[in-house]
Design a protein around this ligand. Structure first.
Ligand code: ME8
Length: 515
């Protein structure tokens, strides 16, 4: 039997203590592009994002805003839902940890851990960083602060513990058997050495504040916000009902996408919780890098957070989407600069891809009666142009499998450059009078190349790609990856609508020159 083509991808759920900035937009964008790619490739996809609304940090932020935590989270969570529209995300579910379905899932996993003998009552005395919502050992502190630079406070309270120490060997075996579980590879080594260094039992309940999921049977305790938050990934597929359709179709998740700051929670605690509860761990966790802004760390106190809506308004949605995934090798840290953004927008999109489409489709419109041109026999040069276009999907698939977005886009732009060189070399405009049949063949080859580029550009630049495909006259059922290849080449004579530019240049050229 064929393996069912299913794909479940998740973003971290974001704390609602703050409005979303470019860093949050980036993680969800990467997931959106993968989700779109897999859908076009025939997969049944589930793409989840949402907000992490419990814990001391959110409670404090609500206090500072002078409103009750629930009203505060309602307001800030909406900003993240609005972001989905601004950035054109295609998520299938948006989870809030204050929803009833989630409370039920949290309490069920708690009971499963308790029944398995992996939770016991004790008391915690140690350091806690509210900003990270994390406990730190004395030995981890650096000049009285958490290794992340967050302030720590001394906490002493009755607490339930998860027997994380008992999971060290099983986790190491799990990493051994699943070499692709943590990516990129350098992060995998980091996780393994952390676990080899020894694991302490983990405090999983708090008693000194109230904003959280109550521990079943122990109402003085609320669940530690990370146990609560991680559980969202199974809440969305219907846990604790593991027999339902969604759960059986989509769990284990194929990919949890996270920033490098929260890898430990996802690659150490989460598989341990799941295995202890008798559930399967996810297949893969990818930890991407961090963005700085014009060379500086993005922080609330510096006031330099880049707002996605501003960027989209200034440069355009697809320009921003393309830039974020093309500019920095995925997995590494990167710097956002307006000069670099404008360069990508003008060079890669407007000059290279945009011009290619514009000049080819304009010639078809003028010289081929606004219809797909007839083609004669292909020359070696024609075949050398078509082949890389036909093979592009395989190259991009391989890169997407590794979450190497920048390399997938590199591969695509190789074809774009090849096509621009092919236009120059074969100058179809000059053939109009001398050899109209050859002109038609050249334009046919180019229309096919553009059809492939348009279909494959959909995950990263969905609006612009849709406009390219509209201009080729493609119907909604002609845009999937199953339509790639010569077998589905456009029939000569099919009408093609009037072309219009797809990728504008940045209007404020002065700013580009400054960069
Ligand atoms: O950690 N560059 O939520 P959070 C790149 N609620 N990515 C960035 C970034 C930057 N400068 N700043 C933030 C939490 N991010 C928890 C997660 S999941 C069960 C619970 C992204 O609101 C990056 O993905 O602090 C990072 O991991 C995430 O936002 C942290 O979001």
């Amino acid at each position: 039997m064929a393996v069912p083509k299913r794909y479940y991808i998740t973003t971290p759920i974001y704390y609602v203590n703050d409005v979303p900035h470019i860093g949050h937009a980036y993680t969800t964008l990467a997931c959106d592009v993968l989700a779109r790619f897999m859908r076009l490739d025939g997969y049944d996809v589930r793409f989840l994002t949402g907000t992490d609304e419990h814990g001391q940090k959110v409670e404090k932020a609500a206090g500072a805003a002078g409103i009750a935590p629930q009203a505060f989270t309602d307001r800030v969570s909406q900003n993240f839902r609005d972001l989905a529209k601004v950035m054109n995300y295609s998520n299938d579910d948006f989870i809030r940890t204050t929803e009833l379905r989630h409370t039920k899932a949290c309490q069920a996993i708690w009971k499963a851990l308790l029944d398995a003998g992996d939770i016991y009552l004790g008391s915690y005395a140690g350091w806690y960083a509210v900003r990270d919502e994390a406990f730190y050992a004395e030995s981890e502190l650096v000049e009285g602060k958490a290794p992340t630079g967050a302030d720590v406070e001394w906490v002493e309270e009755p607490s339930y513990f998860f027997k994380l120490s008992a999971w060290q060997d099983r986790l190491l075996q799990f990493y051994e058997r699943n070499p692709d579980f943590v990516a990129p590879r350098s992060r995998r080594n980091e996780v393994i050495s952390f676990v080899k260094g020894g694991l302490q039992d983990l405090s999983v309940s708090r008693t000194t504040f109230k904003w959280g999921v109550p521990v079943p049977g122990a109402p003085a305790h609320i669940m530690y916000v990370w146990l609560d938050a991680l559980t969202n990934y199974i809440t969305s597929v219907g846990y604790p009902d593991t027999k339902n359709d969604l759960y059986s179709k989509f769990w284990p998740a194929n990919l949890h996408m996270v920033g490098k700051d929260i890898l430990r929670f996802h690659a150490v605690y989460w598989p341990a919780f799941l295995m202890a509860a008798g559930l399967e761990p996810p297949r893969r966790v990818f930890a991407h890098g961090w963005w700085t802004s014009e060379g500086q760390k993005i922080s609330k106190s510096l006031g330099n957070a880049i707002m996605p809506a501003d960027l989209v308004q200034t440069y355009g949605i697809d320009q921003v989407r393309y830039f974020l995934l093309r500019e920095v090798p995925f997995g590494q840290d990167g710097d956002f600069s307006r000069a670099a953004m404008i360069r990508r927008m003008n060079t890669d999109l407007a000059n290279d891809f945009g011009n290619l489409v514009q000049r080819v489709l304009t010639q078809v419109n003028r010289n081929c009666d606004s219809a797909v041109p007839e083609h004669g026999e292909y020359t070696a040069a024609d075949l050398a142009m078509l082949k890389p276009a036909h093979e592009l999907v395989d190259r991009m698939r391989a890169q997407f499998r590794e979450q190497a977005f920048h390399l997938a886009l590199d591969a695509m732009w190789e074809v774009v450059s090849l096509a621009n060189r092919y236009v120059d070399a074969h100058a179809p405009w000059a053939l109009r009078k001398t050899d109209p049949a050859r002109m038609a063949t050249v334009l046919h080859v180019l229309v096919e190349v553009i059809r492939h580029l348009g279909i494959l550009a959909q995950p990263v630049t969905p609006d612009a790609a849709a406009r390219v495909l509209d201009q080729l006259g493609l119907g909604p059922d002609e845009r999937g990856f199953d339509r790639l290849g010569i077998a589905h080449a456009l029939a000569p004579g099919r009408p093609m609508p009037k072309p219009a530019p797809v990728f504008p240049r940045y209007a404020g050229e002065g700013e580009a020159a400054k960069g």
